[in-house]
Structures are given as structure tokens and as C-alpha cells.
Design a protein around this ligand. Structure first.
Ligand SMILES: *Cc1c(COP(=O)(O)O)cnc(C)c1O
Length: 393
């Protein structure tokens, strides 16, 4: 019999009832250390007092008005994002996927208005993840996401990750945009080196193509800067944000320069819920905390310590782990045994991690992880690794 919830997920057999900081309690009363944070969503942990207050205060005043009217929290959140990034303008969505959809529309409209309506080709990279809509799967490509869902929306090319020759051959006057995650998340915590991001910026400057960064997973303080691309010193024309920006409330955004967004005039795009007062009240509270130098410095301090401890863990379990990769608190442990075995062994040790491609387990803890939490994380991962160690005979 078909389950009443469409079975598109393989769910672990536990349900959580409450959370606090980096900890979750199941309906059975078991406590788990959450190193997944709802896949980089609960950037400030569970039940952060400032977010609870922002949401409940707004909930008791006004839930929704539509975008037919001014929305003060939306305006303030847009100003905060513009003040803290390369962007001149912001459109709010409910998810990363919707930000990807708008990115595609914005690029197409840009070239249409420039008198080159045929210039629609967007280049993406193998291993990318930009969401699950028909547009987002066509853009990222990859058989796992696209098989059975054809015909796919045309206008996209996927290049191998890190293949500079293929890139040079592919980028030309027909290229409308290049989209890349500065650190691939679902793709298995694969970093794009700074000089490669700079190279992409140069190619876009030369050809006029727009550069899109998907910072849905790596943004919002995750790498120790507000956005991951800041480490490289260059900026995109368009950027997708979601996950951490709502701290658990569904919220996304598309940020753009004035030039890239020039075609998006009144009536060209919209959303019923995007920029809703509840979401933006929470988003402002999240930005007030994360877009702060002292907060980000603390993320950097903790992540350096965590990484050092994880290197020790890997060295202690060479038959389970091959390496640590990533940046800040967006870390991956490349596994030798199947990554899903390690995730399951983690459940038995009461620690939550997230599998990724390339046989990696992802560690995306709340950015508010304490030093005590970190010690618990290492102890529990060590226990999980001991269970997951293959035994001879
Ligand atoms: C999660 C994710 C998306 C999609 O976001 P949703 O909110 O699930 O629609 C897009 N890009 C990246 C890099 C992501 O990690």
C-alpha cells in the first residue's frame, strides 16, 4: 500500500519532539547531537531565543499581507543583505529552488533586453545541486536527479568539475551565465579554489556572461565569512541564498547587482509567500546575529579547533575515514566504508550527520556549537567509527 506520505525519502526511524542549541530530543526521550542542522538550515541551533522571540512577536501581530503592500521586515532584511554584500537588490523566496528559478529567469530576461534573446546558455558543473524544480534539475544535470523527468528544459550545459580546458572551450559569446556553488554541498563538500572563482570572474568579465553563485548551503556564516565567496575577494552578479537565512523558517532570497537585475521590472516575477512578514522577521533576527564580525570570528576559532580534532579522528580510523575536507563549519569526512554505514553508526552513537555524494558524510553543525558540544561530537564520531570499522574475517 502507498504510504500516506509520498515515499521520496528514506527516513531514519526516529522523530524529534524538541530541540535546544545543537541538541535534539526524540519523542522517546533520546538526546541526539545534531551535526546536520536540518542540512545547514538551523544555523543558530534549535530554539534560539532571539529567533523564537522574533517569530512569536510577529505571529501575535500579523502573519501575512501579500506583496501588494509594503512589508517593513522585508524592506529591513533586504537593506541588511544589500549593506553586507555585493548586491544592490533582493527578491525573497520560500526556498533555494525558487531562488534558482528566478536566477534562470533573470539571466534570460537580461539577454532578451540586451537584444540577444538567443543567448540563453547557462553553464553549470557536474556534482552541482541547485534544487528540485524542473528548471533546477535541468540546470544542475546529473542522472540521479533528471532520469525519468524529461524532456528537460533546454539551455543548460554541464561541465566536469575542475576541468579548466573544458571550461575554456565552452565559454564564449553564446554563454549567458555560469552558475557554481563556491563549495558543493550535496556534491560531497567539494571546494572550488579561490583562483578558480577568480578565473570564472575573469571569463565572465571578458565575455559579458553573468556569474551566479549558489550559496544556499555554503552561505550565511557557514564558512566563517557571511558568504563563502568573500574568501576569494571576487563577487558574483547574482547569488542564491536560502537554508541558514531563515534559521528553520522557510526563507530564501535572490541577490543581484543593479545591472544583472535590470530586466526584472514590475510584473515580471512574483511570489505569494516570498518575503512574508513571519519569514522576514526571523530573517532579520538571523542576519542581526550572523552578520557580525565577532560572531564570524568565533565561527572561525571553533572551526579551526574542530578541524584539528577531526584530523585526529581520521588518523585514528584509517579504515573508516580517508580525509577531512571543507571550510569553516561546512565539513566533510570522506569515507572508506559506505558513508551511509557511518551515518547509521552515528545514529547508534546519538550523533546526526548527513550523507553527501562522493561517499562523504557532511558535518554542518549549528554555528553556535559550543566547545563542549564539539568534544561530544568527537567522542560520538569516534564511537561511530569504531562500530563502522570493518572487521577482518
Ligand atoms: C538545498 C540547496 C538548494 C535547494 O534549496 P531548497 O530550499 O531545498 O529548495 C539549492 N542549492 C544548494 C546549494 C542547496 O544546498
Amino acid at each position: 500500500m502507498t504510504p500516506s506520505v509520498l515515499p521520496t525519502y528514506n527516513r531514519a526511524p526516529m522523530a524529534f519532539d524538541s530541540g535546544s542549541g545543537a541538541w535534539l530530543t526524540t519523542t522517546d526521550g533520546d538526546r541526539y547531537l545534531d551535526l546536520g542542522a536540518g542540512i545547514a538550515v538551523n544555523a543558530l541551533g534549535h530554539a534560539h531565543p532571539a529567533l523564537v522571540q522574533a517569530l512569536t512577536e510577529q505571529a501575535s501581530k500579523l502573519w501575512h499581507t501579500s506583496n501588494l503592500y509594503q512589508i517593513p521586515h522585508q524592506q529591513r532584511l533586504a537593506d541588511l543583505l544589500v549593506d553586507n554584500t555585493f548586491a544592490d537588490t533582493v527578491f525573497f523566496t520560500n526556498s533555494g529552488t525558487e531562488a534558482a528559478e528566478l536566477a534562470i529567469k533573470m539571466v534570460r530576461k537580461y539577454w532578451y533586453d540586451k537584444g540577444q534573446p538567443e543567448r540563453t546558455q547557462i553553464i553549470a558543473f557536474e556534482g552541482a545541486f541547485h534544487g528540485r524544480s524542473t528548471g533546477a534539475i535541468a540546470m544542475a544535470g546529473g542522472e540521479k536527479m533528471t532520469k525519468g523527468f524529461g524532456p528537460l528544459m533546454p539551455g543548460f550545459v554541464q561541465l566536469p568539475f575542475g576541468d579548466h580546458d573544458a571550461l575554456r572551450a565552452a565559454v564564449g559569446p553564446q554563454t549567458a551565465a555560469i552558475i557554481i556553488e563556491p563549495i558543493q554541498g550535496e556534491g560531497g563538500i567539494r571546494i572550488v579554489p579561490d583562483q578558480c572563482l577568480k578565473g570564472l570572474r575573469d571569463m565572465c568579465d571578458t565575455t559579458g556572461a553573468l556569474l551566479i553563485f549558489d550559496e544556499v548551503q555554503c552561505g550565511m556564516g557557514r564558512t566563517g565569512r557571511l558568504f563563502a565567496h568573500e574568501w576569494s575577494g571576487i563577487t558574483p552578479d547574482i547569488m542564491m541564498v536560502a537554508k541558514g537565512i531563515g534559521g528553520g523558517f522557510p526563507l530564501g532570497a535572490l541577490l543581484a547587482t543593479e545591472n544583472a537585475a535590470s530586466g526584472m521590472t514590475a510584473g515580471t516575477h512574483g511570489s505569494t509567500y516570498g518575503g512574508n512578514p513571519l519569514g522576514c522577521a526571523v530573517g532579520c533576527a538571523v542576519m542581526d546575529i550572523i552578520a557580525d564580525d565577532a560572531f564570524l570570528a568565533e565561527v572561525n576559532r571553533k572551526s579551526a579547533l574542530f578541524r584539528q580534532k577531526l584530523e585526529g579522528l581520521v588518523a585514528a580510523h584509517p579504515s573508516v575515514f580517508a580525509e577531512v575536507r571543507g571550510q569553516g563549519l561546512m565539513l566533510g569526512l570522506k569515507c572508506v566504508v559506505p558513508n551511509t554505514d557511518v551515518v547509521k553508526a552515528g545514529y547508534a552513537a546519538f550523533v546526526l550527520t548527513v550523507p553527501g555524494a562522493d561517499n562523504v558524510i557532511r558535518l554542518l553543525p549549528p554555528l553556535t556549537l559550543t566547545d563542549d558540544d564539539m568534544a561530544q561530537a568527537i567522542a560520538r564520531l569516534n564511537q561511530a567509527a569504531t562500530t563502522a570499522t570493518p572487521h577482518a574475517g
